[in-house]
Design a protein around this ligand. Structure first.
Ligand SMILES: *Cc1c(COP(=O)(O)O)cnc(C)c1O
Ligand code: SF4
Length: 327
């Protein structure tokens, strides 16, 4: 049966492609956005995500994550490649920076364009591995026997079609030292229909230990559709985790983050990382003072059991792991 397995692509194509369309839908005035910001980084907002925003509220926490605003154009010392990822890029589409695990960046596309994203200037086009690239990547993994985990990153790896993912699964299954496959995807949140039967079957039937790290920043992002997607993922037997980014004006309150942890838990998801913002050009207005972030985290710790407390972390260039922030 062709369940609605490809239905998500249709839903994806129905999303908003300009801030103007989104503002119109929300009944907000066009001056909330600056079209010049969209020229640097296009607008992309799935309709289902927009439906979770409050109409006529220019400060809605979901809207602020996706709205191209003039603040992005402010002069800044933040740079285009804050993580200097280009230097860890031995083969097209592969980043080898962490011990024992590699990132695959097989697509630069996402269903949503988050304005704070550190990849907003990443040269994905140059880095698209293509068909020949797949062999180079597999050779690299075969040669490096300490690689036990392959992380599908991006962009959003669930923008890839299931048939292509299946091909990767089959080829990676033949490399015995690879034990774990991990997906980092915002799809379960922004386009939950993507979690279809085909993808779930891949996860459930592979020989790998599997991890899916979703990306949710605010409890309002969680609705019934997202719940169903999480349930489907859980049923495959994968470990389901969440990472958030600490964003000024969006989730910079301990109560909001505590509620997020509790809601995620009810959805079967454990909080994993709470990231300090990567200092990428165009996103400075989302950043918080480090000391403020630490204070917020201390408040959060008072509200949550240890298993619902994410790790406060920062990605720094030249470090072979994430840096946990001491509080
Ligand atoms: C940090 C990070 C990883 C790997 O981190 P772990 O510490 O292994 O969880 C993978 N992908 C992205 C996008 C990251 O930021
Ligand atoms: S989904 Fe992730 S990779 Fe894509 S724009 Fe948002 S934060 Fe960046």
């Amino acid at each position: 049966m062709r369940d609605s397995s490809d239905n998500w692509q249709k839903i994806l194509s129905q999303g908003f492609r300009t801030a103007e369309q989104l503002l119109d839908y929300l009944g907000l005035c066009l001056s909330c956005s600056d079209p010049r910001a969209e020229q640097e980084f296009a607008s992309r907002i799935p309709l289902g995500f927009a439906k979770r925003m409050k109409k006529k509220d220019p400060d809605d926490p979901l809207l602020l994550q996706v709205l191209a605003r003039k603040e992005e154009l402010q002069p800044t010392e933040y740079i285009e490649d804050p993580l200097k990822e280009k230097q860890y890029n031995p083969v097209k589409g592969l980043i080898h920076k962490y011990h024992g695990r590699i990132l695959l960046t097989l697509t630069g596309a996402c269903a949503v364009n988050c304005r704070y994203c550190f990849r907003r200037h990443f040269p994905y086009e140059e880095n698209n591995p293509g068909r020949k690239g797949q062999d180079d990547i597999l050779d690299y993994i075969r040669r490096n026997k300490d690689i036990h985990e392959v992380i599908f990153s991006g962009g959003d790896p669930l923008m890839l079609k299931d048939a292509l993912l299946e091909e990767w699964f089959i080829k990676l299954e033949n490399i015995q030292h690879v034990k774990t496959l991990r997906f980092h995807s915002r799809m379960p949140i922004v386009l939950p229909e993507r979690i279809n039967e085909h993808f779930c079957r891949l996860l459930a039937e592979s020989r790998f230990q599997t991890v899916v790290v979703i990306h949710c920043n605010h409890p309002n992002e969680l609705d019934e559709q997202v719940f169903l997607a999480c349930q489907k993922l859980k049923k495959t037997g994968c470990q389901l985790l969440n990472q958030s980014v600490l964003l000024r004006g969006v989730n910079d309150k301990a109560q909001i983050l505590a509620e997020l942890s509790h809601r995620l838990f009810a959805y079967g998801v454990l909080p994993y990382y709470l990231h300090l913002l990567d200092k990428v050009k165009g996103a400075e207005h989302f950043d918080m003072e480090r000391q403020q972030a630490i204070q917020l985290f201390q408040e959060l710790q008072l509200l949550l059991p240890g298993y619902l407390l994410p790790r406060l972390a920062q990605e720094l260039p030249d470090r072979p792991s994430k840096t946990l922030i001491a509080v």
